[in-house]
Write a new protein. Structure first.
Length: 469
């Protein structure tokens, strides 16, 4: 009786095991269903139309463009960037589930990189690992269009990117190696860091990817210099030179949106000019496009006051602004800075301020104290700058020029800009900065040029001004 009972129980166990194996075989998922890496597991929700039968959950509306801020994505402009630049952005302290971290998550970025690996994730995304071959990586993701809401302004571009990728590769649930050059265009996105393969230090991604092109880029990379916040007054003529660089060296055309009424941009030169006709603050976006279609853009605020009235007397406050006295005063300058050398001709007149250019470890300075009156609506510091260099790097800033505002004790209140050998240009470019934050104060405007031990970089400044109105 004892042995018969064990034989009976054994038969029951064998039958039960057969049923489990049969059910497991029947319930196996579709061919593309991946088994996510243990460190990459995310919550998913069932969607029978999706590639793996599932879509994502975490910040999914932001990832796919159905969030409350989707309409703020600037789809009319593409900002050229690098993995290193995106990796360097500060990570936000918190990530809202249905709104965007601006401006990063409302900007469409384009970058050239190496696609090192790719994989189909459990949420039906294509997970792309991008590498700049200099130690920087980040993730780009192409959602399954079936997981994107019909109201998303990104849907058509996501479908296009998905088709572009499918035409070249067939992602599965395991990482596959590619190691091919790509140009990826997508919306900036901060993810939660949960150990994803290729994750950036700040968990920045391009999500969703809107376009992917394989092979070396045929066009250039366009970068538009940000001139900083601008001010002006109704009835007072304005002039602002926009500058941009193109890695392909092509001819650039300029356009602008959001300019104050009465102002316009010259499409060939990038000069914004005119006379404002109405007061208010405008959000201006300027774009530059080269002959290959590569585009870069930048945005800044432009405030127009109703008039220059009040207790303000319009004036230009800097002494010897073009250095035409042939000496520094009232500037304080390092030896040899004030120059009339034909080797670095001025923007106008006969003299300029030539900082560095020695090709050895060297520091030059140029500064002037000035008291800003209160009661004015505009406080604009401007100067023309020419940079030439013998440095050959296109990625490393070996020599720099800092533009700073200091208080009477010599403490730096703000570094308005830092230029380097990477900003070398063939002529002069005007730069303008708003100093209204220091109205009523005695401050010092200071330029500091620093060179490393080899390969000269010259920073030549001319026609400075500090206009209040």
């Amino acid at each position: 009786m004892h042995h018969r009972r064990w034989k009976y129980l054994t038969a029951l166990l064998i039958a039960a095991l057969s049923i489990v194996l049969s059910v497991t075989a029947v319930s196996a998922g579709p061919r593309h269903s991946p088994s996510p890496d243990a460190e990459e597991r995310e919550d998913v929700t069932t969607n029978s139309s999706a590639t793996t039968g599932s879509c994502g959950v975490e910040r999914w509306s932001v990832k796919t463009g159905t969030d409350a801020d989707a309409g703020k994505i600037n789809l009319q402009s593409t900002t050229s960037t690098t993995i290193a630049s995106l990796d360097a952005l500060p990570a936000p302290s918190s990530l809202p589930s249905n709104s965007r971290v601006q401006p990063t998550e409302t900007t469409v970025f384009q970058l050239h990189a190496t696609l090192s690996e790719y994989k189909l994730e459990a949420d039906s995304d294509y997970h792309l690992v991008l590498d700049d071959n200099s130690g920087h990586t980040m993730i780009a993701e192409i959602p399954d269009p079936a997981c994107v809401g019909s109201s998303s302004p990104l849907l058509a571009s996501i479908q296009k990117a998905r088709n572009e990728f499918d035409a070249t590769y067939s992602p599965t649930g395991s990482f596959q190696t590619a190691n091919v050059p790509v140009t990826v265009t997508g919306v900036g996105f901060f993810d939660f860091d949960h150990g994803q393969t290729g994750v950036a230090p700040n968990a920045i991604e391009l999500h969703a990817v809107l376009d992917v092109q394989f092979g070396s880029a045929t066009g250039g990379s366009v970068s538009v210099n940000n001139p900083g916040s601008q001010t002006g007054a109704v009835g007072t003529a304005a002039s602002l030179q926009i500058s941009a660089t193109d890695s392909a060296g092509g001819t650039l055309s300029y356009s602008a949106t959001g300019l104050p009424a009465g102002l316009a941009i010259n499409s060939s030169t990038g000069l914004i000019s005119g006379t404002p006709t109405s007061a208010g603050t405008s959000s201006v976006t300027v774009a530059a496009t080269d002959s290959t279609g590569a585009t870069g853009s930048t945005s800044f605020a432009w405030t127009i006051a109703s008039s220059s009235g009040g207790n303000c007397t319009p004036a230009q406050l800097l002494g010897n602004p073009g250095f035409e006295t042939g000496s520094a005063s009232p500037w304080t300058a390092a030896s040899g800075v004030i120059s009339n050398s034909a080797g670095e001709p001025p923007h106008s007149g006969s003299w300029d301020a030539w900082l560095d250019g020695y090709g050895t470890t060297h520091t030059d300075t140029l500064s002037q104290p000035v008291t800003l009156p209160s009661g004015c609506s505009g406080y604009a510091l401007s100067f023309w700058l020419h940079i030439d260099t013998a440095e050959t790097s296109t990625t490393t800033a070996y020599d720099t020029l800092k533009v700073q505002v200091m208080n009477s004790s010599g403490t730096v209140l703000d570094t308005l800009a830092t230029y380097s050998n990477l900003d070398a240009n063939s002529g002069y470019t005007q730069h303008t900065f708003d100093l209204s934050a220091y109205k009523g104060q005695a401050v010092t405007v200071k330029f500091t040029g620093g060179e490393d031990y080899t390969a000269q970089t010259s920073f030549v400044i001319d026609d400075t001004a500090l206009n209040v109105n």
